[in-house]
Design a protein. Sequence first.
Length: 133
Amino acid sequence: MVINSTKVIVKAEISEIHSFLNEPANIIHLLPQDKVEEFKATDTQCSFKIQGGVVISLINLQEDNPQKIAMKSGEKSPFPFTLDVLIEEQGDHTQGYIKFDGEVNMFLKMMVEKPLTNLFNYMSEQLAKRYEE
């Protein structure tokens, strides 16, 4: 199952966004605070519990591509997935979006597709808001 969030305009340079998102502890700033509990982060990964009891674990893959922040699911996640933030320069600003690719069966897809789409759209919007003037 592939989900692409809405594309947002971020008023910051790619290098600044890349540095911010490469710190797993900063992911907390993109999540809906009223739906997240037990957020923990190290230099290479973070984990948190989503309302309803599901634990999500993200491992930062630290790629050299400045236009991509790549993460994958950790062992506590309910199913394997990758989560990429893709950013590209657009004149004096940056455009970005989140791409999720998860290995889920059809039954699970029906249950998680809409909430995950909403979450990734929210996270994209929070990233854009973080750099508003």
